[in-house]
Design a protein around this ligand. Sequence first.
Ligand SMILES: *Cc1c(COP(=O)(O)O)cnc(C)c1O
Length: 520
Amino acid sequence: MSMNNQGRPTRPEHAEGSADTFTGNRALMLEERLIFEIGAIDRTGIDLDEMPDSASRLGGLERNRSIGLAGLSEPETVRHYTRLSRMNYAIDLGLFPLGSCTMKHNPRLNERIARLKGFADIHPLQPVDTVQGALQVIHELGEWLCRLTGMPAVAMSPKAGAHGELCGILAIRSALEARGDAREVILVPESAHGTNPATAAFAGYRVEDIPATPEGRVDLAALEARLGPDVAGVMITNPNTCGLFEPDMKRISDAVHAAGGLVYCDGANFNAIVGRVRPGDLGVDAMHINLHKTFSTPHGGGGPGSGPVVFSEALAPFAPLPFVEKRGDHYALIEEETAEDHHGSSFGRMVAFHGQMGMFTRALAYMMSHGADGLKQVAEDAVLNANYILRSLEDVLDAPFGKSGPCMHEALFSDKGFAEGFSTLDLAKALIDEGYHPMTMYFPLVVHGAMLIEPTETESKAVLDEFIGALRSVVERAKAGDESLHGAPFHAPRRRLDETGAARKPVLVWSEPEQVEAAE
Ligand SMILES: *Cc1c(COP(=O)(O)O)cnc(C)c1O
């Protein structure tokens, strides 16, 4: 088969296994080429009036050649994106079992609220008096987050989980600097999410690992032994990436505080404990909450997200700007701090404006429609569903921490018992042929060939049973050494891709085939 510069087969013989169709389409599964390949410079879906001469107004800065973007007519445009969307998988198509990602149903009620004109059509530079309702939403959402976490303060502006981590670590650094105690090390347990060490390193800290116990929890003795005057703090993911609650959390916090450090908790997966556990009671000083996971706002494909951070009394004075404050009946947006007004010790600003309005409205609608009891049930059902998966599959799949008791919101398995030469990757690809997005693979690193499955609380028993049946069937093939597994997926829009090549030599820019040929 011939390949063009994108590694995509060229027409007409391009869809593997379907060289017999002229179009490359496979029945109603339609092929789609890049917009650059099907569009043309002189084609467009809109009619614009001739531009009046604007050269004089632009003072010589006007564009003098085409920017070379290919255009399509309106129906071609609609079809292009609709066809692409059909090559994708989505939570609205089926169960999306990615561990740690909380791919749950997003209630349509939230979408309706977010689309109300008073929220959707406002601008961050509008006068504060004209956006009182929006500020009230931000304020009330912050109050919910403080109440649910048992923490006194919250920063609403961070735009994702990892951004929230950075916010928390910068606050920790400011607090330590304010007391003239610049420490250099952040301890990160092996069972933490990968963004934790990345954040600490990005903020200029030296990262040191704390080992996990054979039960998949933080090794408290090893942590205590390492604490000292150079340790700024710890970053602990709880529930951790083995899907387990850290029962020693309070003892960990007490030990870190006694050694003069601060405690960061990664609360991205708060859906496992919301309404059941208040991190403030466990001695946490800062924790981000992924609204786009726990509080159901849609996510995937790079955004949008929202990662508010709650703070303890110790860190509250260092929280970032801007923030919303209620003054009588009025909501003020505090853009600058003065020592008289506030503490005057904010570490500064992480983003231009206040955060993600669309995520705030969705999250608040979700909380208000569930109520405190409903949110508690979210955690209970998320944990129940994960344990149902764990116990339904542990006769065919190795569950390395299955003996440690129930899991939290996700079930973890290893590749132990697969026939020689069969891997977690083979299994994940075969799952695509069964119509499922694969689970999280090869993470956490502490488990060989890890498979991390998070069903979330929004799936019914019938949906879980069907998934369990599909997974069981591919596991049995992997154990029996069914060679066809190595070729999967067979029925997806693309066959197995070169994942190493995609990561090491990504082709991110389209260039005209002639230029590529000339270069080769
Ligand atoms: C998703 C996740 C993050 C990162 O959140 P982003 O919004 O993707 O930046 C961090 N920690 C844990 C445990 C997560 O599950």
